[in-house]
Design a protein around this ligand. Structure first.
Ligand code: CP
Length: 291
């Protein structure tokens, strides 16, 4: 039985195969690939994209979906997360998808399940399905010619599980990250860094803007997000008319992370990422449930 906890759970060959399936699924409205299967989702943190994307992906494959409502679950009566997972697993679902604020929790829960466990985000640790759909979107845009492309990842990199997964995944496919952040949001890294996007914009093929993860900050680094935005919001003044791809995982803080103007720019693939997310998650569900 396989799980997807981090991007390292799949080899490059497996990811290439996954993307071939995703391309087929992207042109299908529905199919009966997972007819009779049951997927359970547990989101202990809020989500718009990931939860609905997994639900739509499951339903497009004809699987049934149970979304556990955490606010009315027995977590509030003191049940441990380990017991919650073990009890859900005892009901024999075919996959369990979990998001939780605790880094490393999904890995530790694998010993309590009898079906594939998929990490939909654990704290600032990992968000493998987001990184996979981002890589798919990059490959789609560059028609698979992604070797030696450069990506500027901009913003609160230190607290971003998306950035963490991208930094593990993209270099495996020949994409070079450049980290653009103030000192307070810069992780320890072996990759190139820059203080300002203006310093590297001419050298990069992709700009990946991040949300400032205030909910994970132990102190406030800026008086207001507008202060942060003065230096790190991705604007037309910075990206000019360069031939680049603009990305963001969502949710977007408009005019803090990236401007309204650029969100409407034809170089911006934010909604394409979301569309591709369903197809990539269909491929992941197929791989883990059908084997
Ligand atoms: N990108 C992402 O994880 O979005 P949600 O928090 O809405 O799922």
């Amino acid at each position: 039985m396989r799980h997807l906890i981090t991007v390292d759970d799949f080899t490059n060959d497996e990811i290439d195969d996954l993307f071939k399936d995703a391309t087929i699924f992207s042109s299908l409205q529905s199919c009966d690939m997972l007819q009779g299967k049951l997927v359970v989702t547990l989101f202990f943190e809020n989500s718009t994209r990931t939860r609905s994307s997994f639900e739509i992906a499951s339903k497009r494959l004809s699987a049934k979906v149970v979304n556990l409502d955490i606010s009315t679950s027995s977590s509030s009566k003191g049940e441990t997360i380990e017991d919650t997972i073990a009890n859900l697993s005892a009901m024999k679902p075919d996959a369990i998808i979990i998001r939780h604020r605790n880094c490393g929790l999904p890995q530790s829960l694998t010993k309590y399940v009898k079906s594939p466990l998929i990490n939909a985000g654990d704290g600032k640790n990992s968000h493998p399905t987001q990184a996979l759909l981002d890589l798919y979107t990059i490959k789609e845009h560059f028609q698979n010619n992604i070797k030696n492309k450069k990506i500027a990842i901009v913003g609160d990199i230190k607290n971003s599980r998306v950035a963490s997964s991208l930094l593990s995944l993209l270099p495996r496919f020949g994409i070079e990250p450049i980290l653009v952040a103030p000192a307070c949001f810069m992780p320890q890294t072996k990759f190139k860094t820059a203080k300002r996007l203006e310093d590297v914009i001419k050298d990069v093929d992709i700009v990946y803007s991040l949300r400032t993860q205030i909910e994970r900050h132990e102190q406030s680094f800026y008086k207001t997000l507008d202060e942060f935005a003065k230096e790190y919001c991705v604007t037309k003044d910075i990206v000019k008319d360069y031939d680049i791809l603009l990305m963001h995982p969502g949710p977007v803080n408009r005019n803090i992370d990236i401007t309204d103007e650029l969100l409407d720019d034809k170089r911006c693939k934010v909604l394409r990422q979301v569309t591709n997310g369903v197809a990539v998650r269909m491929a992941i569900l197929k791989k883990l449930i059908k084997g």
